[in-house]
Write a protein that binds this ligand. Structure first.
Ligand SMILES: Cc1cc2nc3c(=O)[nH]c(=O)nc-3n(C[C@H](O)[C@H](O)[C@H](O)COP(=O)(O)OP(=O)(O)OC[C@H]3O[C@@H](n4cnc5c(N)ncnc54)[C@H](O)[C@@H]3O)c2cc1C
Length: 310
C-alpha cells in the first residue's frame, strides 16, 4: 500500500477539475470518504493524490422549483430527510438512504458518493493478503473470476441503495468537466462491466442530482441483507408507479449495474418477473446463494407490484 503523498482541498468545482487534470491517472476525489478510504486502506484501489471536494459550497444545497428538486452531490445521506419537498414527493428515497450502512456512516456519506461507490464482491472486498492467497481476481491483478471461473467478465455487484430509487423516479445528473456541464439520465452512467462499472471520466464531478416533480411517483423499496444495519445489499429493488400508470423496476445488488425494466400497470406480473430474472446476471459472489437471491428477486417484485397496484 502506498501512503498518499498529496492532499488538496479546492474551494470551487473549476479548481477541483484543474487539480484533477494536473494529477491525471493518479488521483481520487473524496467526498465523505466512507468508500474511497476503505478501498484505499484495503489495497483495492490506490492513488497518490486525494482531492477533497468537501469545501465546495455549491455542491451542498437542495433547491426545489415547480419542475424539479436539485440535490447537491455533497448533501449527506442523513440530511435528505430534513428537506420537506423530498419528504413529501420522494419518501422512497429517504427510506433507501436510511438503509445505507449505519447512523455514523450516513452522517458522513454523501449522495454523490453513493452514486459512484465501488462495486463489491465477496472475493474482491478482502484484505490484500487474503486476495494474494487466492491468486487475486479479474478486478484486481488476477486473470480468473473466482466466483465463476471465467476469464472474460467480472460480476462484482452494483451496491448503491439510493440509485435504484432515483432511477425509478426518472433522475438525471448534472456532470461538470473541463468541457463544460451536461445532464444525463442516471442509469446511463453504468456500464455493466464489473471492472470499470461507470463510463464517467475520472476528472468529472457530479454537481447535482435532479428529480422531476409532478409525476406523482409511488415507490416501493426493498433490500435483502444478512443484518438490518451496516451490511451491503444482497438484493435491492425499487418499483415505481407514476400518474400515467407507468411502472419502472430497478434492481441492484445482483448485477454489475442497476437493471431497469419498464412497463405499464396493465402488464402481467409474471412478465416483469421473467424479464427481471433474464436481465440480471446473478452469480455466487455474495453471502446468500445465487438461487436464493433469484427466488427473492421474484418475490420482491411480486410483493412490490401488489403493494403499488392494490
Ligand atoms: C461499513 C460500510 C457499510 C456500507 N454500507 C453501505 C450500504 O448498505 N449501502 C450503500 O449504498 N453503501 C454502503 N457503503 C458504501 C458508502 O458508505 C456509501 O456508498 C456512501 O454513500 C459513499 O459516499 P461518500 O461520500 O463517503 O463517498 P466517497 O467515499 O467520498 O466517494 C465514493 C466515490 O465517489 C467519488 N465521488 C464522490 N463524490 C463525487 C462527486 N461529487 N463527483 C465525482 N466523484 C465523486 C469518489 O471519487 C469515489 O470514487 C458502506 C460503507 C461502509 C464502510
Amino acid at each position: 500500500m502506498t501512503a498518499e503523498k498529496i492532499y488538496i482541498k479546492p474551494a470551487t468545482i473549476d479548481e477541483a477539475i484543474s487539480m484533477a487534470y494536473a494529477h491525471k491517472d493518479d488521483f481520487c476525489y473524496v467526498a465523505g470518504g466512507t468508500d474511497v478510504l476503505v478501498n484505499k486502506y484495503q489495497g483495492n484501489k490506490e492513488c497518490s493524490c486525494l482531492i477533497d471536494i468537501t469545501d465546495i459550497t455549491e455542491l451542498k444545497s437542495i433547491h426545489a422549483d415547480a419542475g424539479n428538486v436539485k440535490i447537491g452531490a455533497l448533501v449527506r445521506l442523513d440530511d435528505l430527510k430534513n428537506h420537506k419537498v423530498l419528504a413529501e414527493n420522494f419518501p422512497g428515497l429517504l427510506i433507501a438512504a436510511h438503509e445505507v450502512a449505519s447512523p455514523m456512516l450516513r452522517k458522513t456519506a454523501t449522495l454523490g458518493g453513493n452514486i459512484l461507490c465501488e462495486n463489491r464482491c465477496s472475493f474482491y472486498n478482502q484484505s490484500e493478503w487474503w486476495r494474494e492467497a487466492v491468486g487475486y481476481c479479474l478486478k484486481c491483478e488476477g486473470d480468473v473470476c473466482i466466483a465463476t471461473g471465467g476469464k472474460k467478465a467480472c460480476f462484482s455487484k452494483f451496491v448503491s441503495d439510493t440509485v435504484p430509487v432515483m432511477i425509478s423516479a426518472g433522475a438525471t445528473i448534472e456532470i461538470c468537466d473541463i468541457e463544460g456541464t451536461e445532464i444525463v439520465g442516471l442509469e446511463t452512467i453504468y456500464t455493466g462491466d464489473g471492472i470499470k462499472p461507470r463510463n464517467l471520466k475520472d476528472t468529472a464531478i457530479i454537481k447535482n442530482i435532479i428529480l422531476p416533480l409532478g409525476n406523482d411517483y409511488k415507490i416501493v423499496f426493498k433490500k435483502l441483507r444478512p443484518r438490518q444495519a451496516v451490511d451491503f445489499t444482497s438484493l435491492t429493488t425499487a418499483v415505481s408507479l407514476d400518474k400515467d400508470n407507468n411502472i419502472r423496476i430497478v434492481i441492484g445488488g445482483v448485477d454489475p449495474k442497476p437493471v431497469l425494466i419498464c412497463g405499464t400497470a396493465g402488464d402481467a406480473k409474471e412478465g416483469f418477473i421473467k424479464k427481471a430474472l433474464a436481465k440480471t446476471r446473478v452469480v455466487d459472489n455474495d453471502f446468500y446463494s445465487r438461487k436464493y437471491r433469484r427466488e427473492m428477486l421474484a418475490l420482491f417484485i411480486e410483493q412490490s407490484l401488489d403493494e403499488l397496484l392494490k
